[in-house]
Write a protein that binds this ligand. Structure first.
Ligand code: GLU
Length: 422
């Protein structure tokens, strides 16, 4: 697809800057990342050979506080993608009102092709390479696509060895035993649920019985599915990069599907009744297989792109039947597709609002590390709910008052905060 995420990010910035008549100097600062870092990470592979991986860290803006954002391991990571993702973090962090700027990083690698030991060496090498430019008050990475708590623990340890002292707050999303926060793993999915719930309330729609199709069944999609199901919604379709399942009456046992995916490596074919998950149950459940993209064009109330960028394009936007899109991935909708959704009157809960729960709890983790505190999970969830509802309400109110989309409103709310603080 010819959609460059960085070009799109700049268009989003310009639209909001025009609406706010932003000062040209402030605009210039946001149009250009403060710093882009490219590193080489040479590691020894298990077979004794040497390989060099390319890594990036973009520090977009720190007007509101240390750069903050995850790093991802993916073969398609490139500089323009990371720049856009870093910009979206600046906007997201302002929108959800945490005292951070925006950053993002990544390594060009398919982590599924590395052994655990190679993954550890790669992460430690990346931490060493980035040590001069990160730190608890400078730039604080976190998990993103294909990275997790274990990887954050390696990063923290390698960074501390490099600087020769303890610094738990250098990354967030750590395991609890390495200074992680209760609730961080669930946070992005739960935050998406809170944001959706708040928007549904504003729209006067009852969540009970709404049908939902989710593209992406990683950490974010799997927790979100469970929270939405608990709230009375019907999860009818789940897909991953290889394909998925569609059961119009609803997928009942999400735990069983997750187990099945873990075992088989994909969701396709995971038709579960009791502990048996296979194709023989497909007809009994009245389901059928779908391609990854089909999840987005099914006849459902809500679709959730929860995988990568550019999932909704001008090619499939016209076929979308849902009335609500909950963007749990970063940048899942191209510019052209966004215009089509707007024209069709589809409500898009934009990524910088929908998936802000992760970084909100990252802030709580960072704060607990700095203040040497340990909050209970309930406490974290109460604080998360408050943050998500406050942000959702601010976005909805501006969208209503100015008769603009939730995305346009989200950028205006965020940009106002950035501008006020500069
Ligand atoms: N990677 C997540 C995001 O895109 C979380 C970032 C963080 O916690 O710093 O929002």
């Amino acid at each position: 697809m010819n959609d460059n995420p960085w070009t799109r990010a700049l268009a989003q910035l310009h639209a909001a800057a025009d609406a706010l008549k932003l000062d040209p100097l402030e605009l210039a600062r946001l149009e250009n990342p403060d710093r882009v870092v490219e590193v080489s990470v040479p590691i020894c592979m298990d077979d004794g050979s040497a390989r060099v991986f390319q890594g990036f860290r973009v520090q977009h803006n720190n007007i509101r506080g240390p750069y903050k954002g995850g790093f991802r391991y993916h073969p398609k990571v490139d500089m323009d993608e990371v720049k856009a993702l870093a910009f979206w973090m600046t906007m997201k962090n302002a929108l959800v009102d945490v005292p951070f700027g925006g950053g993002k990083g990544g390594i060009v690698v398919d982590p599924k092709k590395l052994s655990e030991k190679e993954l550890e060496r790669l992460t430690r090498g990346f931490a060493k390479a980035l040590a001069p430019v990160v730190g608890p008050y400078v730039d604080v990475p976190a998990p993103d696509v294909n990275t997790n708590a274990k990887i954050m623990a390696w990063f923290r340890d390698a960074y501390e060895k490099e600087i020769g002292k303890k610094a738990p707050a250098v990354v967030t999303g750590k395991p609890i035993e390495s200074g992680g926060s209760q609730g961080r793993t669930e946070a992005t999915g739960l935050g998406g649920h809170y944001a959706l719930e708040a928007i549904l309330e504003k729209l006067g729609r009852n969540p009970e019985g709404l049908s939902v199709a989710i593209q992406g069944f990683g950490n974010v999609g799997s927790y979100l599915a469970r929270y939405l199901q608990k709230a009375g919604m019907k999860i009818v379709a789940l897909s991953d990069s290889k394909g998925g399942i569609y059961i119009p009456d609803g997928i009942q046992d999400l735990d069983a599907v997750e187990q099945c995916k873990k075992k088989s490596g994909h969701i396709a074919g995971c038709y579960c009744i009791g502990s048996v998950c296979d194709l023989s149950n497909m007809e009994k459940l009245g389901g059928h297989d779908i391609s990854p993209d089909e999840a987005l064009t099914l006849p459902v109330d809500i679709i959730v792109p929860a995988a990568l960028e550019n999932a909704i394009t001008e090619k499939n936007a016209g076929d979308i039947k849902a009335s609500i899109v909950l963007e749990m991935a970063n940048g899942p909708t191209t510019e052209a597709a966004d215009a089509i959704l707007k024209q069709k009157g589809i409500v898009v809960v934009p990524d910088i609002l929908a998936n802000a729960g992760g970084v909100a709890v990252s802030y709580f983790e960072w704060y607990q590390n700095i203040e040497k505190k340990k909050w209970k999970k309930d406490e974290v969830f109460v604080k998360l709910k408050r943050k998500m509802r406050t942000a959702a309400k601010a976005v909805y109110d501006v969208s209503k008052a100015q008769k603009i989309t939730l995305r346009e409103a989200a950028y205006i709310v965020a940009l106002k905060r950035l501008s006020k603080n500069s």
